[in-house]
Design a protein around this ligand. Structure first.
Ligand code: ZN
Length: 70
């Protein structure tokens, strides 16, 4: 399975998150947002919208492959 989310998946993920980072809550737009796996791809998480988080670049970098802690 592919690891990257498609553009249309990303838009869904961003909309579902209310255009906010799901960890730190800063406002997100299509330019500063990154889709990340809730269950890491390396741990068997799938590249599907239900397994995605909308994160800012900082949080995505910090989170890495650790499990999602709300
Ligand atoms: Zn963030």
């Amino acid at each position: 399975m592919r690891r990257q989310f498609t553009q249309s998946q990303k838009l869904l993920i961003l909309r579902r998150a209310g255009y906010k980072c799901q960890i730190c809550g800063i406002p997100l737009s299509e330019t500063n947002f990154e889709a990340d796996h809730k269950i890491a791809y390396s741990l068997g998480g799938t590249t599907e919208v239900w397994n995605a988080l909308a994160l800012c670049k900082d949080c995505n970098r910090r989170k890495s492959d650790k499990p999602y802690q709300p």
